[in-house]
Design a protein. Structure first.
Length: 62
């Protein structure tokens, strides 16, 4: 699994961080930061939950 984001369309909701704080964070403006571009298998469920939770749909799995 590889995680990609469209930083320009991020609305800074933080839903991804709440769902998978090991994989996502936010910068000073609240924009998503990917901490683990290729999260380990044990974080796949949490990562997929974060992708689904994003209200702007700017996170996807490659």
């Amino acid at each position: 699994m590889k995680v990609s984001v469209d930083h320009d369309k991020c609305i800074a909701s933080g839903a991804c961080v709440l769902a998978a704080p090991e994989v996502f964070s936010q910068d000073d403006d609240g924009i998503v930061v990917v901490l683990q571009e290729q999260p380990p298998a044990e974080l796949e469920d949490k990562t997929m939950a974060a992708i689904r939770a994003c209200p702007a749909a700017v996170i996807w799995e490659d």
